[in-house]
Every structure is written in structure tokens, then in C-alpha cells.
Design a protein around this ligand. Structure first.
Ligand SMILES: [Cu+2]
Length: 98
């Protein structure tokens, strides 16, 4: 049986001084943004329809090795309630960027 598809929007802004991008390795494959220039933002739609632990990282140059990497945890039994201010977002425990 195919796992359910649940698209999650990741809204990312580049507050740094060089280009970055966001790649997410979800249960149905990888998705990534184009390179995001400093001051720009992008939205990445990733299918996270299955509980698990998924990797996110910046695919530009050696940024992953330099710490632009983290984990997205999708718990089972969630609700469809939209995220609200104060909810922990993906990568909330990750690096703050550079
Ligand atoms: Cu980067």
C-alpha cells in the first residue's frame, strides 16, 4: 500500500550573506529549492506523509559539512491543525545559519 501523501510547506529565508538552498530527503524522495540568494526566500513542498526521521541540509558546496544539516521528526498520530506561532518548526534544534 502506498503511504499517504502529505505535503508540508517549508518557508525558508536566507538571512546570510551567501547563497544557500534547502534539500529535504523525505519518504518518497528528495526535493530541493533553487539556490536562494541572500535576502531572498523560497517555499519547498516536501511529502512527509509517513512518520519517521528525515534529513534536511544545504546542498550548496560544503555547507552540509559545515553544519547546515539537521533532522525533521514526523511523529505518528498527528493532527491536521496548522502550525501556530510558538510551535517548534523543522530544524528548530539545528544551527542558526551563518
Ligand atoms: Cu548553504
Amino acid at each position: 500500500m502506498q503511504p499517504p501523501v502529505r505535503l508540508v510547506d517549508f518557508e525558508v529565508a536566507n538571512a546570510g550573506e551567501i547563497g544557500h538552498a534547502l534539500e529535504v530527503e523525505g519518504p518518497s524522495g528528495e526535493v530541493e529549492t533553487e539556490e536562494i540568494e541572500p535576502g531572498d526566500s523560497a517555499t519547498l513542498k516536501a511529502d512527509l506523509g509517513e512518520p519517521g526521521r528525515y534529513k534536511w541540509y544545504c546542498p550548496i558546496a560544503d555547507h552540509e559539512d559545515r553544519g547546515m544539516v539537521g533532522e525533521i521528526v514526523v511523529a505518528a498520530g498527528g493532527s491536521d491543525r496548522p502550525l501556530e506561532d510558538g510551535d517548534a518548526g523543522p530544524g528548530a534544534d539545528g544551527p542558526a545559519g551563518y
